[in-house]
Design a protein around this ligand. Sequence first.
Ligand code: NAD
Length: 508
Amino acid sequence: MSQPAEVVSSKISQLFHYINGERVAGNSGRFGDIFNPSLGVRAAEVPLASKAEVEDTIAAAQEAFPAWAATSVLARSRIMTKFVHLLYEHQHELAELVCKEHGKVIEDAMGSVLRGIEVVEFACGAPHQQKGEFSDNVARGIDIYSMRKPLGVVAGITPFNFPAMIPLWMSGMALVTGNTVVLKPSEKDPSCPLRMAELFVEAGGPPGVFNVINGDKEAVDALLNDERIKAVSFVGSTPIAQYVYATASANGKRCQAMGGAKNHMLILPDAELEDVANALMGAAYGSAGERCMSISVGVCVGDEVADRLIDILKPRVESLRIGSSLDTGLEMGPLVTKEHREKVMNYIQMAKDEGSLLVVDGRDFVCDGHENGYFLGGSLIDQVKPEMQSYQEEIFGPVLQIIRVGSFDEGMALATDHPFGNGTSIFTKNGAAARTFADKVEVGMVGINVPIPVPLAFHSFGGWKSSSFGDHNQYGMEGLRFYTKVKTVTARWQDKGLEAEFSMPVLK
Ligand code: NAD
């Protein structure tokens, strides 16, 4: 069992930046608090970088860039392979850091570390992936070939909810393609990305190639406004994603900015409701609903489906196994901070005030032995209507809202018309309905009898509408394209001399 709050409350760790292969204390004089959400205590302090500190970090990455870009892709890939081995060796340590600062339960944290490592494994294939194209003899003696070149110094700005996986999504593809990285992780849980950057250097990554600078808006703005940063990859809430995308683009940078979500599961009358309930329990309440691919809305076609499903879900939501992150065999841990828990509680109240029905209200849940932790029970809300604010907005907590619709078309329209378009899923035995749904629904990632359709590392991740701004998805070949620019060479090698040609070639 974890230690009770009184035992650990006196130990406050001092975190750092990781710049040029070294831990750096930071000199801005500003610090952010990091909490252990299971215990509800301040556990660490993180330095929040000033603009000048961010600029120094960019300078270190800029200096490291030419040599790293000139390193052969095979050599970079070998370092990434060693990095993968070290990540596996340290996966439990990394997962524990996630548990202590984020609050995921240990099994889930291990899974999130694995999903990140898989992207680095994919990145090890860069010698093949980064190959250019070649067309020989396109005219007499002329060949055309293209190369994929790194961009330079690139920035990653990441959210609190996946402190291992999302930094690895970005850095895996950025590093192997020859860029140097300045990562600005969430100030709520930066220990895991700091440790991963150290492991990269242990794997043989040159100092300055992978840097982590901690901070808040001041650090983000410094990255967005520095002309040495050539690309920005952001994942976080929609208002900040919009701001980052607009500012980075206005400053001439390549930018991909992933935002919030409200993911619908459409449940047709022919679906096996026990399977649906199993899928929904994990997809709505796993990681306390703090996943951008969580299912937050169950759309039931017909009252009978809704009534039967709620009968199955209610006792299961009431008896979710909730506890301290490092204890095993649990289904859900605490929320990340007290403020975030309050925000989720306010949404539950809003849903009630708007006229929906609180079938299970998780607000009164108390975790025995961890009374100060930021826990909430699961909430299940029925009779939700599309015009309600609690439906329109992202709640990002262990709350499942149920909407009843009269038909498949009406259900699909809900997911299509919602401002967010990250993920969605359909549960049915009807292949034609599933196919139509996958084809027509205006959402970026679709599951068919799969509740959380996060694509594996060799595909790519990205939503539509207010869930994503910019042209490229994360990781897979999309990641490779985001982190490289194409140069195309047209070369003539022939024995005879050149003649002057004033017109473009015509058909003869
Ligand atoms: P957030 O937007 O508050 O923070 C994300 C990053 O932006 C952090 O590094 C933070 O320091 C920085 N930031 C915060 N406020 C800023 C400001 N005013 N100016 C500049 N930078 C700022 O998001 P969060 O609460 O850490 O993460 C949860 C959100 O992320 C949810 O909305 C979730 O849906 C979303 N998310 C989306 C995806 C996706 O791929 N679409 C994946 C994971 C999480």
